[in-house]
Design a protein around this ligand. Structure first.
Ligand SMILES: [Zn+2]
Length: 105
């Protein structure tokens, strides 16, 4: 049985995109649901060995996996070309490099 990995990853990426946009939509009404979407997205990525794209990685806490919205349950700061996201849910700092031009969106 052949599996097309590249195609699988592409599909998963699209699904992750959808999950994060759903998480964003539902966040103000149902935070738990948003967190659940993050969880599903992470599991999907893991399943096909896809590293979570940076743009999505900034939207959840890598410690407690809560969906994060700046000004609501997180604060975002930029220092020394790093993004520092403080998660108010678990009170931890997520640090990540400021995107080194990963090119196309
Ligand atoms: Zn957290």
């Amino acid at each position: 049985m052949k599996r097309n990995k590249a195609k699988e990853k592409k599909i998963v990426r699209e699904r992750i995109e959808i999950l994060f946009s759903e998480a964003a939509k539902i966040f103000s009404k149902n935070k738990k649901r948003s967190n659940r979407y993050v969880e599903i997205a992470r599991k999907l990525a893991m399943k096909v060995n896809l590293s979570m794209p940076n743009i999505f990685r900034r939207q959840y806490c890598k410690y407690c996996y809560s969906y994060l919205r700046p000004g609501v349950n997180s604060t975002v700061r930029i220092r020394d070309s790093k993004i520092i996201i403080y998660c108010k849910e678990c009170k931890k700092y997520n640090r990540m490099p400021l995107s080194k031009k990963s090119g196309k969106k």
